[in-house]
Design a protein around this ligand. Structure first.
Ligand SMILES: Nc1nc2c(ncn2[C@@H]2O[C@H](COP(=O)(O)OP(=O)(O)OP(=O)(O)O)[C@@H](O)[C@H]2O)c(=O)[nH]1
Ligand SMILES: [Mg+2]
Length: 430
């Protein structure tokens, strides 16, 4: 071979060797290994990098050079948040959401306001008509007396009670102490309160021995099942263990309706078989209540007209079954002759007929309390005055809506206030 060729080969080999050695040396230099993690950036580094990133013009971005032996891509930290956002501490835990609202704790309006609202249709009826009479009158005279009489006698109060109220108004006028309409209104309000206040002793739920047993009775559709559901909610809220007994085995879906209430309220339910004898369901339900330590047993019954003798006889049997279930095995079994309470439920929307119904039921069934429902849906709430006046039996509860919280213990003063507040019913017209 030509010596010149040797020389060329030697020079090429030397050059290749040099480049190979130099390349390896670069690759193995500290911090420059291609597979090495980038050093952890300090806070200052991040700040600087952030500033740099923030300053970067998008037009400056060039294709990355991916040739072997190059540095791994630089990890650019996210741009810093603006100063004010950075000062907001990160939440340590999920912030609490809105509080769960339970059906029994929703005092959005005060109780008195809700009471008034529930009676607004009645306030818009005879109360508003009375208020109109008093509003424009500078002096009390016989004309006013006649007008008041007319309103009272055409309201759903009932003639007996209206006459009683009128006597009180006349008395106030005749005494001549009363010279202004405002005072006559006060006399009327006091007379109403007297009629409403039967001074019945309050119901006792914490009986000895437990459970307290209540039967709800009444005509179809008056609100028996709904009232029991609302009552169950009240007792549950008071910390009592409640059992609802589905004693209406007659109407299809009556048990399901009570089941919905039990689920809603969070209490137990006792069901019989379809078309089972209602008295046997009531007997079993109360026995279960005693066995399982319930504090309150609320028994539903099928709606019935007081004129249907066979249905009223059945109701008598239900009452006896309740007494038997309560007394069984007790040393004083003879002393127990009935459930602790039997409530007759009345629908206020039928006005004076509700009073007639109560009187007729009374002839065949001994009930201990009354519930007047649907006062929110009628202008005939004056019937409450007639019922209080003519029935010996106290109104225990009133219904002022379909919601679980729309049952109120009947409070004569609160009722009189809600009906006849001193603003002469100015908010009354519905
Ligand atoms: N507005 C209003 N509706 C009510 C009130 N109480 C009950 N209701 C409604 O009246 C209707 C009948 O109520 P229920 O509880 O089924 O009556 P019931 O007496 O059990 O009926 P039966 O079992 O068929 O005899 C339902 O739509 C209830 O929501 C109340 O105070 N106000
Ligand atoms: Mg029912």
């Amino acid at each position: 071979m030509d010596p010149i060729v040797y020389v060329v080969l030697a020079v090429v080999a030397a050059a290749v060797g040099y480049w190979v050695v130099r390349g390896r040396a670069r690759a193995l230099a500290p911090g420059r290994r291609p597979d090495a993690l980038p050093p952890r950036a300090s806070a200052d580094d991040l700040d600087d990098a952030g500033d740099a990133a923030a300053d970067t013009d998008p037009g400056d971005i060039s294709e990355p050079d991916t040739s072997p032996g190059d540095l791994p891509p630089v990890m650019v930290p996210a741009p810093r948040p603006p100063a004010d956002a950075a000062s907001v501490p990160l939440p340590q835990q999920r912030p609490a959401g809105p509080k769960r609202q339970t059906a029994l704790t929703r005092p959005a309006t005060s109780d008195a306001a809700r009471y008034r609202q529930g009676l607004s249709k009645t306030r818009g009826g005879f109360v508003s008509r009375l208020a109109d009479l008093f509003r424009g009158k500078p002096k009390v005279d016989d004309g006013l007396r006649d007008d008041v009489e007319e309103v009272l006698f055409t309201a759903d109060i009932g003639t007996t009670t209206a006459a009683k109220l009128m006597d009180r108004v006349t008395e106030a006028l005749d005494r001549k102490e009363v010279a202004d309409p405002d005072a006559v209104w006060s006399a009327l309000r006091e007379a109403c309160l007297e009629v409403l206040d039967r001074q019945a002793s309050p119901p006792v739920y914490d009986v000895d021995p437990l459970p307290y047993v209540l039967l709800a009775i009444g005509v179809n559709g008056v609100g028996k099942t709904t009232t029991l559901g609302k009552l169950a909610a009240m007792h549950v809220a008071a910390g009592r263990k409640v059992l609802l007994v589905a004693g209406d085995t007659f109407r299809a879906a009556a048990t399901e309706q009570l089941e919905v209430w039990a689920r809603r309220v969070g209490c137990d339910i006792h069901k019989g078989k379809d078309k089972a004898d209602p008295s046997s369901v009531i007997f079993d339900g109360i026995s279960r209540g005693r066995r399982e330590g319930h504090d309150v047993v609320l028994c539903d019954t099928a709606g019935r007209l007081h004129t249907r003798t066979e249905l009223m006889d059945e109701l008598g049997k239900v009452g006896r079954a309740a007494a038997k279930a309560l007394s069984k095995g007790r040393p004083d079994s003879d002393a127990v002759t009935s459930a602790h309470d039997i409530y007759l439920v009345l629908d206020a929307t039928i006005g004076q007929n509700a009073l007639a119904q109560a009187k007729m039921f009374k002839e065949t069934m001994d009930f201990t309390g009354l519930v007047v429902t649907k006062l929110d849906g009628t202008a005939k709430g004056g019937v409450v005055l007639g019922i209080c006046d003519e029935m010996e039996i106290p109104i225990r509860f009133i219904g002022i809506g379909e919601g679980v919280e729309d049952l109120r213990e009947f409070d004569p003063a609160a009722f009189a206030d809600a009906l006849l507040a001193r603003d002469f019913g100015t908010d009354a017209v519905a």
